[in-house]
Design a protein around this ligand. Structure first.
Ligand code: GDP
Ligand code: IMO
Ligand code: MG
Length: 424
């Protein structure tokens, strides 16, 4: 068997959580491979809305195993809150949630370092979610990090103290940056205790055995391709590989074991945090999308920046990820427009290009648009794509032709049921 991958093609928040939840009954295992509590994945069903940060989005299906892979960074404090929020659902969560021993831990001082670093950057700040993601991945690559497996060692406290000492040494250089570490440590160590009560495994062994035994695995991405540390709009990116290749390193599965790659995108585009966004609409249309799409961050509540769909960026993301099929989200949101714009090219220094240049930050990019007829109606009650308005069908056909990948799923509302798919 192979590992299918579902990941974001834009700047995150494409609707990954919703589609993973919808697809879960077709799989035996759902595994997160990167990111951490910077992610906010929303699921809606039976009138309940749930936002997950670290826990994979297959968790509401008790017969499916959910794995937090080695490429994920875990904040025990956030993890504990997530577990507490699941309590009313009376699930036997210790049975269907397994954690990689190689996943790295976010310490309270990582969060402090994130905040201090952002404050020091001033107007150049990344717009980080301030969850400690960057400093934790820095300690991972710097070979200083603490991993989940370490919490079972008698030397854990000693290792923790050593790393905290190092962090406090750095924090001293941030003049005027105040904090109360003792206050932050209490919930941290409570969270560590909670993680100890879960089954922590060598997830790469578990997943490869499962593949051999014929299990179906879906890897769930976090963030989006344009936030990838290598291929995103650097430096305004996150600190992990959000692309398909990240699945291999973040779960320990070989590239030859990757099956379908489901690329997910909104029928328009959003971004939260700083950084370039060629099709951003700083006008009434952008406001209209934000209002209609309820575009406010699932993790931070920040208003998301909104704009028209960006084909050069999408084509780039499809190429980097080897996308084999597409899921188009939030088609209902564009129902308020009579006409819809699609960015097909960029004009940079008078030259028209259809690719993403090296560094789009600070470049004077003019998006070149074509205008398409909107469907201009409510799609939320749509029962099938066959019954969709012709303008939506035309939009889908146009995008499939441009992107050269079939759109197999179309989403017309936040609920599980508001999903139309012709996936096999
Ligand atoms: P993720 O990070 O990719 O999982 O996406 P988020 O959960 O951060 O953001 C997606 C938001 O859009 C959530 O509030 C979802 O409930 C909502 N959503 C998902 N699909 C649709 C859709 O087709 N239409 C509408 N209107 N909302 C959707
Ligand atoms: P999901 O999985 C949208 C953005 C932040 C910031 C940049 C770096 O819900 O799609 P970080 O905290 O990682 O150092 O922030 O990345 N960002 C996201 N934007 N969705 C996310 O996750 C994001 N995770 C990080 O806003 O610009
Ligand atoms: Mg999100």
């Amino acid at each position: 068997m192979k590992v299918d991958v579902l990941l974001g093609l834009q700047w995150g928040d494409e609707g990954k959580g919703k589609i993973v939840d919808v697809l879960t009954p077709k799989y035996d295992i759902i595994a997160r491979f990167q990111g951490g509590p910077n992610a906010g994945h929303t699921l809606e069903f039976e009138g309940i809305k749930h936002v997950l940060h670290t826990i994979p989005s297959g968790i509401f299906h008790s017969e499916v195993t959910n794995i937090i892979g080695n490429g994920v960074v875990i904040d025990p404090v956030v993890f504990q809150k997530e577990i507490e929020k699941l309590a009313p659902f009376s699930m036997d969560i210790r049975k269907n949630l397994l954690i990689s021993k190689k996943a790295h831990l976010i310490l309270p001082t990582h969060r402090l370092l994130d905040a201090a670093s952002e404050a020091a950057k001033g107007t150049n700040k990344i717009g980080s979610t301030l969850k400690g993601i960057g400093p934790t991945y820095m300690d991972k690559t710097g070979r200083n990090g603490l991993r989940v497996g370490d919490i079972f060692s008698p030397k854990f406290q000693e290792k923790y103290n050593q790393l905290v000492e190092k962090h406090e040494g750095i924090l001293k250089h941030h003049e005027g940056f105040e904090y109360n570490l003792a206050e932050m440590e209490k919930p941290f160590f409570e969270g560590i205790e909670l993680i100890r009560s879960f089954t922590c495994i060598d997830s790469e062994q578990f997943l490869n055995s499962a593949l051999k035994n014929g299990s179906k695995i879906l890897a769930e991405g976090a963030q989006g391709t344009m936030l990838d540390i290598d291929f995103g709009t650097y430096p305004f990116v996150t600190s992990s590989n959000t692309v398909t290749a990240g699945t291999c390193t973040g779960l320990g599965v070989a590239p030859t074991k990757i099956g379908s790659v489901i690329g997910i995108f909104k029928a328009y585009c959003t971004r939260v945090g700083s950084g370039p966004f060629p099709t951003e609409l700083n006008c009434a249309d952008g406001e209209k999308i934000r209002k209609e799409g309820n575009e406010f961050g699932s993790t931070t509540g920040r208003p998301r920046r909104c704009g028209w769909i960006d084909l050069p960026a999408l084509k780039y993301a499809i190429m980097i990820n080897g996308v084999t099929e597409l899921a188009m989200m939030k088609a209902d949101v564009l129902g308020v427009f009579e006409t819809i714009k699609v960015c097909t090219h960029y004009k940079i220094n008078g030259e028209i290009v259809d690719y993403l240049p090296f560094d789009i930050d600070g470049l004077d990019i003019e998006p070149i648009y074509i205008e398409l007829k909107g469907w201009n109606c409510d799609l939320t009650q749509l029962d099938s794509i066959e019954n969709a308005p012709q303008a939506l069908k035309d939009y889908i056909t146009y995008l499939e032709k441009e992107l050269e990948v079939p759109i197999t799923t179309v989403s017309v509302g936040p609920d599980r049921k508001q999903t139309h798919s012709n996936r096999k």
